[in-house]
Design a binder for this molecule. Structure first.
Ligand SMILES: NC(=O)c1ccc[n+]([C@@H]2O[C@H](COP(=O)([O-])OP(=O)(O)OC[C@H]3O[C@@H](n4cnc5c(N)ncnc54)[C@H](OP(=O)(O)O)[C@@H]3O)[C@@H](O)[C@H]2O)c1
Length: 304
């Protein structure tokens, strides 16, 4: 099978095509013929070697962990899926490839009206957004500030927070102000004088902050909250030094919740934005865009 592999840590130039054996599913696993792959910022952080202290990678490695595709082989003991089922979820063997193995219990059925690229955009962002909002104990009537509301995780987090009954203020670049507004948030531009601009929009204060950008907004968040309490970041590794909660894995890989999000995406109650698609062979281009950190919604690789 065709796959993208890296043999050393470095920039996107370390990514190259390779021909690998098609993997065989073990007990409890299925093999998925991949149709679309979610590209996540963490893929680039792993490729660069920046994540080695947290979870070491054995090289050579196939990047990625998020897939949508069709089950094409079953391991022993798999009874919840059958060959031909369209699914979305997490891969155990990397995702930038034509095939991957996955734990059958962490795959959700793909609704027919959801495209494969939309489906591939849901597992990591959906899980990350859900987990962060749970950590914040967000409840109806509260005001939540989200840094990075236009990204893959921010896009889902805004909508899930609004669905919980919260008022959301969401930061993004000038180009994404209308987009963030369309998701249900009050949009504002990140950067200078953020504290004053947030206070003008929310004079009664901010009840909770989700940093989904990791671009240095934690100090402003503490100023706005008046405490480190109820501030969660998915992205800023300075969190612990500042006494702030870092929302980290292991991902819950909750197939029931993922299936629910997929149903909501299919019926239009949850907007899933695929900012750009690239063919699998252009993985380096996609990771360059991901590393730059300004893709609206999710970057997705497609596999013929
Ligand atoms: N811990 C977890 O469970 C978990 C799960 C998923 C993701 N993550 C992490 O969370 C972060 C977001 O992931 P993602 O997939 O949503 O990334 P993404 O799609 O690349 O989104 C990045 C967001 O950051 C914003 N941004 C860019 N430059 C900024 C700046 N200087 N100041 C403030 N905001 C800025 C972008 O806005 P514009 O595009 O409008 O500029 C965009 O909203 C990444 O660091 C990722 O690794 C963690």
């Amino acid at each position: 099978m065709k796959a993208i592999v890296f043999d050393t840590f470095g920039g996107t130039e370390v990514l190259h095509e390779a021909d690998l054996e098609i993997p065989q599913p073990g007990p409890g696993q299925v093999r998925v013929r991949i149709r679309a792959i979610g590209v996540n910022p963490v893929d680039g952080k792993i490729r660069s070697g920046a994540m080695e202290a947290i979870f070491p990678t054995t090289l050579p490695a196939v990047p990625g962990g998020e897939i949508a595709g069709t089950v094409d082989a079953l391991g022993d003991g798999v009874h919840n899926l059958k060959i031909g089922d369209d699914v979305l979820g997490w891969s155990d063997t990397g995702s930038y490839a034509q095939y991957a193995l996955a734990d059958a219990t962490v795959l959700a059925p793909k609704p027919a009206t959801l495209t494969f690229p939309q489906a591939a955009a849901l597992p990591v962002a959906g899980d990350g957004a859900d987990r962060a909002l749970d950590l914040l104990n967000l409840t109806a009537g509260e005001t939540l500030l989200i840094h990075g509301a236009s990204g893959a995780l921010g896009t889902i987090a805004v909508q899930l927070a609004v669905a919980r009954g919260a008022r959301v203020l969401g930061t993004a670049s000038p180009a994404n102000q209308d987009y963030v507004t369309s998701l249900g948030a009050t949009a504002l531009v990140y950067g200078d004088h953020l504290v004053d601009r947030v206070r003008a929009l929310a004079p009664d204060g901010i009840d909770a902050v989700l940093d989904a950008a990791g671009k240095g907004a934690l100090e402003d968040s503490i100023t706005l909250r008046g405490t480190t309490d109820r501030i969660v970041t998915t992205a800023d590794f300075r969190a612990r030094d500042l006494g702030i909660v870092f929302s980290e894995g292991p991902q819950r890989r909750d197939a029931t919740r993922l299936a629910e999000l997929a149903r909501q995406a299919a019926d239009g109650t949850l907007t899933v934005t695929v900012g750009a698609t690239h063919p699998l062979t252009h993985a380096a281009t996609a990771q360059q865009a991901s590393d730059a950190g300004h893709s609206r919604g999710k970057l997705v690789l497609t596999v013929d």
